[in-house]
Design a protein around this ligand. Structure first.
Ligand code: DSN
Length: 477
C-alpha cells in the first residue's frame, strides 16, 4: 500500500515550508543560533593561542556559505560545464601561490582536510602494510604520520601501514636526523614524512631528501601548520626537496577547513646510463582521493580555498606572516623573561612549546586554568616526557591573534596574562596533596571560592584586552 495514499499537503503547511527555507538562522533555529553566538563571543573576547587555529576572512566565509555547497560535481574538472571553472581556478591559484611550474607540479584540491589528504597519499603510493616513517606524535609529529603506542595502534595510518617513528633529541628538542638515518637503513621505508604539528624549528629538508634517496623512498612534506608561512616565503619551502606535499588550508594559510595534495610530474630520476624514470603520482593520487576514499568534492570548500589563495598572494598576506613570526618571538621572549623554559630555546615559526617541568607543574593543569581565564592553548608532551598522560608542556601559536591585528607589544601583554594563569595554577596545586590527580585539581579550580575570584579577575582583564581587537569574519555569526 502506498504510504502517501489519502494524504494531501495543506496550503498553509506548504507556505510555511517555503518560508522555512528562506528564514535566517536566528528565526529558523534559535538553539543553534545561540550556541554559535556564544562561540562568537568566546572568539571575540578570548585569547586564541591554539597554534592550529586562525580567524578566516569574511570573504572566505561568504564563499563557504554560498550556493556552491549545493552542487555535486563528479570526478575531476572537465571542459563542459561552467562550474568546473571553480576547481580549475583553485588548482591554478594553488600552483601560483607556491610558485610552481604546472609542467612539473600538479595539485588535487578535493581532500576534505589534512588527515584524509595524508591517508590518500599513503593509499596512492604505499602498498597495504608498506612502511612509513614520520616524526612521533609525542615529539611534535601528527597522528596521521603513523601514530601508535606500545599498547595500541591509534591512527588508522598505523593500522593499514607499518609505521616506525623518528624522534627528537630529548636534551635539545631538535630532531635526531642521525638516528632517523640509521633506522631508515634498517626499516627501508617506502615513504618518509617531513611534517610537524608541534615543532618550533625549521626542518632540514635537504637532509630528509638525502635519507629518502638512500632508501629509494618518497619524501612527503606535510606543511599543514606552516602552509601560510611557506606561501609568504618566510620559512624554507618543502617544495624544493619533496615529491609530494600535503597541507590543510585553515591554519596559517587562513582559508576554510579543507586539504590540498601537491605532487611532482615529469622526471623522477636519471640513472648512470641516462635512462629516465618518470613520476607516476598524478593518476595514483587522483584515484586515491576520488573515488578511492572520497565521493563528490566539497565545492563550497574549494571556493573558500580559492579565495584564501588569492589573498595569500598579496603583499598584505606577506606582512601578516612576517608579523606572525615577530609576534611568536615576542611571546617567547616575554615568557623567558618571566623565567620559563621554551623547548629548543625559541622558535623559527609560528609556535612555541613551553616546558613546565622546571616550574613544578604540567600542561594539563595549566591548560585548564588558562582556559578558565579565556586563554586557549594546548597541553603537549615535551621531549623526554615519560608519562604521556601527564604532558609537561603547553603549545602556543601566534597566527590567530595576529589575524586580529595584534603586534609584538600586545604579545608581551599576552605573555603576562599566561604567566598570571600559571602562577594561579601553582597556587591551586600548592593547596592540594602533591599526588592529587588532575580531576581533584579541576574540582579545586572550579569550586574553590578564592580561586574562582582570581580566575574572574584575570578573565575580566583578558576579555577587556582581547575585545579591543576586531574579530575577522561575518558581522553577526
Ligand atoms: N589539530 C591540529 C593541531 O592541533 O595541530 C592538527 O590536525
Amino acid at each position: 500500500m502506498s504510504l502517501t495514499k489519502g494524504l494531501s499537503v495543506s496550503k498553509e503547511t506548504w507556505d510555511s515550508h517555503n518560508q522555512m527555507m528562506l528564514d535566517p538562522l536566528s528565526v529558523n533555529d534559535s538553539e543553534v543560533f545561540s550556541i554559535i553566538k556564544k562561540e562568537k563571543h568566546r572568539q571575540t573576547y578570548g585569547l586564541e593561542l591554539i597554534a592550529a587555529e586562525n580567524y578566516t576572512s569574511r570573504a572566505v566565509l561568504e564563499a563557504l556559505g554560498s550556493c556552491m555547497h549545493n552542487k555535486y560535481t563528479k570526478g575531476y574538472p572537465g571542459e563542459k560545464y561552467y562550474f568546473y571553472e571553480l576547481e580549475k581556478l583553485c588548482q591554478k591559484r594553488s600552483l601560483e601561490t607556491y610558485g610552481l611550474d604546472s609542467e612539473k607540479w600538479g595539485v588535487n584540491v578535493q581532500p576534505y582536510s589534512g588527515s584524509p589528504a595524508n591517508f590518500a597519499v599513503y593509499t596512492a603510493v604505499v602498498e597495504p602494510h608498506g612502511r612509513i616513517m614520520g616524526l612521533d606524535l609525542p615529539d611534535g609529529g601528527h597522528m596521521t604520520h603513523g601514530f601508535m603506542t606500545e599498547k595500541k595502534k591509534i591512527s588508522a595510518t598505523s593500522i593499514f601501514f607499518e609505521s616506525m617513528p623518528y624522534k627528537v633529541n630529548p636534551d635539545t628538542g631538535y630532531i635526531d636526523y642521525d638516528r632517523l638515518q640509521e633506522n631508515a637503513k634498517l626499516f627501508h621505508p617506502r615513504l618518509i614524512i617531513a611534517g610537524t604539528s608541534c615543532y618550533s624549528r625549521n626542518l632540514d629538508y635537504e637532509r630528509l631528501r638525502l635519507i629518502a634517496n638512500e632508501n629509494g623512498a618518497y619524501l612527503m612534506g606535510d606543511m599543514a601548520h606552516i602552509g601560510g608561512l611557506v606561501a609568504a616565503g618566510v620559512v624554507p619551502s618543502p617544495f624544493e626537496y619533496c615529491d609530494i606535499i600535503t597541507t590543510t588550508t585553515h591554519k596559517t594559510l587562513r582559508g576554510c577547513r579543507a586539504g590540498l595534495i601537491f605532487f611532482r610530474k615529469g622526471v623522477r630520476s636519471v640513472d648512470a646510463k641516462g635512462k629516465e624514470t618518470l613520476y607516476n603520482l598524478e593518476s595514483l593520487i587522483n584515484q586515491a582521493v576520488f573515488n578511492g576514499l572520497q565521493g563528490g568534492p566539497h565545492n563550497h570548500a574549494i571556493a573558500g580555498i580559492a579565495v584564501a589563495l588569492k589573498q595569500a598572494m598579496t603583499p598584505e598576506f606577506k606582512a601578516y606572516q612576517v608579523q606572525v613570526l615577530v609576534n611568536c618571538k615576542s611571546l617567547s621572549s616575554g615568557l623567558i623573561d618571566h623565567g620559563y623554559k621554551i623547548v629548543t630555546g625559541g622558535s623559527d615559526n609560528h609556535l612555541i612549546l613551553l616546558d613546565l617541568r622546571t616550574k613544578g607543574t604540567d600542561g594539563g593543569r595549566a591548560e585548564n586554568v588558562l582556559e578558565a581565564c579565556a586563554i586557549s592553548c594546548n597541553k603537549k608532551t615535551c621531549p623526554g616526557d615519560t608519562n604521556a598522560l601527564r604532558p609537561s608542556g603547553l603549545r602556543f601559536g601566534s597566527p590567530a591573534l595576529t589575524s586580529r591585528g595584534m603586534m609584538q607589544e600586545d604579545f608581551k601583554k599576552v605573555a603576562d596574562f599566561i604567566h598570571r594563569g600559571i602562577e594561579l595554577t601553582l597556587e591551586i596545586q600548592g593547596s592540594l596533596d602533591p599526588e592529587a590527580p588532575l580531576k581533584e585539581f579541576i574540582t579545586a579550580l572550579w569550586q574553590g571560592e578564592k580561586f574562582q575570584q582570581r580566575v574572574s579577575e584575570i578573565k575580566a582583564e583578558v576579555e577587556a584586552f582581547a575585545g579591543k581587537f576586531p574579530m575577522p569574519g561575518l558581522p553577526e555569526l
